[in-house]
Design a binder for this molecule. Structure first.
Ligand code: UGA
Length: 429
């Protein structure tokens, strides 16, 4: 295979688009395919359908090398390595819906020596099932598992500087496909973990489940801190300095969200359950996360009594800063519960305004934080957007009907908030 292998990317959602753009930046010719013709049209016009720092600039810089199509044939004719980046959303039971992957496998042609490189997050065992299916159909297509560990909001940076790349290939012809995939990542210069397909699949699910566990753990510590008058932020610093624990993912808040943690934790729990193992810990991780989102309502009631007719401002709607993604965001649960309590909910997010209009029926979406808090009986910081650290507290204090801030991400300077005459309450402090 040549030094700069052409690459096919099937599915240009968030993972596919970042993967395609970053491999183009490394000098590869990229052939992308998506069944969504509107999205392909946008991308062909140079527009980027998602908010991801640095992605638009990188896409522009490499536009000559990235080709978009709705035809699988265009990809198959130009690239042997096919990165599958289609989504695997949860079904009602919590299992992953693999229908999009099934559709891709059905479309693959024979006898071209292609390799299917799975980036989509799949249950352990999916790779082997696909390999069996391809072999039974007589298709000479290798299978490699290459799970992604990108974080929304820093995906480009994560792609170029990963902690590790995991490549799973089973013995046989797949080994040379796995070698070819490993070669793509050589310029990045990071540790590459070579393993079998099932272990690679498990590394992905176990990593996300572990991180989610860390968050639910610190959230429970926060809840106990509130009872015993300790400060979870101080506790997290003290714990995080122990190298075995590490400082990351110890920020207490109002629960994790997004398209990955909720889905992957429940997929692993289901996977274990389907194979006869009750994964006790993950049941609790999920339950703690759900309860954490609701604690804000309790805090508001503690200060305001009944919420009927109260105006509550939500600051931040995306599931985390630097993205407009609101999938499984705490803001969705919170807005619904507050409305259920009879409150009038107004909200502001620096970039998720359009998504919010679609997803938050009955919530008044404001164009600035100040407009959202004007006349409010309480403001809740839901997403730790850096601009909320710069809020003009004096002005906020004057404009609110009742100056009260519930800091759901422990991001504000408590003393500064109180000095401005605003009642402050964080999480676990
Ligand atoms: C997560 C993983 O971090 C990535 O490694 C993985 O590739 C990705 O899922 C995926 O499977 O595709 P992501 O969902 O983009 O990435 O976001 P994170 O930055 O991990 O944050 C997830 C949630 O946890 C957010 O709602 C965030 O607010 C919350 N969080 C994070 C906390 O509540 N506390 C923390 O200390 C850290």
């Amino acid at each position: 295979m040549s030094e700069k292998e052409p690459i096919g990317v099937i599915g240009v959602g968030w993972v596919g688009l970042v993967t395609a753009t970053c491999f183009a930046e490394l000098g590869h010719e990229i052939y992308c395919r998506d069944i969504d013709s509107a999205k392909i049209g946008l991308l062909e016009r140079g527009e980027v359908p998602i908010h991801e720092p640095g992605l638009k600039e990188l896409l522009e810089r490499n536009s000559d090398r990235i080709h978009f199509s709705i035809e699988m044939g265009d990809v198959l004719a130009n690239a042997k390595l096919l990165f599958v980046c289609v989504d695997t959303p949860p079904t009602y039971s919590g299992d992953a819906d693999l229908s999009r992957i099934d559709a891709v496998v059905s479309e693959l042609e024979t006898e071209r020596g292609h390799a299917l490189v799975m980036k989509s997050t799949v249950p352990v065992g999916t790779g082997r099932a696909v390999e069996r299916r391809l072999a039974e159909a007589g298709k000479q297509i290798a299978y490699v598992s290459n799970p992604e560990f990108l974080k929304e909001g820093s995906a480009v940076e994560d792609f170029m500087n990963p902690d590790r790349v995991v490549i799973g290939g089973d013995p046989g012809s797949e080994e040379c496909a796995a070698d070819a995939v490993a070669k793509l990542y050589e310029p990045i210069g990071c540790p590459i973990v070579r393993t079998d397909v099932a272990s690679a699949e498990m590394i992905k699910l176990a990593s996300n489940a572990f991180l989610a566990t860390k968050i639910s753990f610190i959230n429970e510590i926060a809840n106990v801190c509130e009872e015993v008058e300790a400060d979870v932020a101080e506790v997290a610093i003290g714990m995080g300095l122990d190298e075995r624990i590490g400082p990351k993912f110890l920020s207490a808040g109002i629960g994790y969200g997004g398209s990955c943690f909720p889905k992957d934790v429940s997929a692993l729990k289901q996977l274990a359950g389907n194979s006869g193992y009750h994964f006790q810990l993950l049941h609790s991780v999920i339950e703690v996360n759900e309860l954490q989102k609701r604690r804000v309502v309790r805090k508001l009631k503690k200060h305001l009594g009944s919420l009927v007719g109260k105006r509550i401002a939500l600051l931040g709607l995306a599931f985390k800063p630097h993205t407009d993604d609101m999938r499984e965001a705490s803001s969705l649960v919170l807005a619904a519960r507050l409305q259920g309590e009879g409150a009038h909910v107004c909200a502001y997010d620096p970039v998720a305004e359009n998504r919010a209009q679609e997803l938050l029926a009955g919530t008044q979406i404001c164009d600035t934080a100040i407009n959202a808090v004007e006349g409010a009986d309480a403001a809740v910081i839901v997403t730790e957007w850096p601009e909320f650290g710069e809020l003009p507290l004096g002005e906020i204090s004057e404009k609110m009907n009742n100056p009260l801030i519930i800091d759901g991400r422990n991001m504000l300077d408590r003393e500064a908030v109180r000095d401005a005459g605003i009642t402050y309450e964080g999480i676990g402090r």
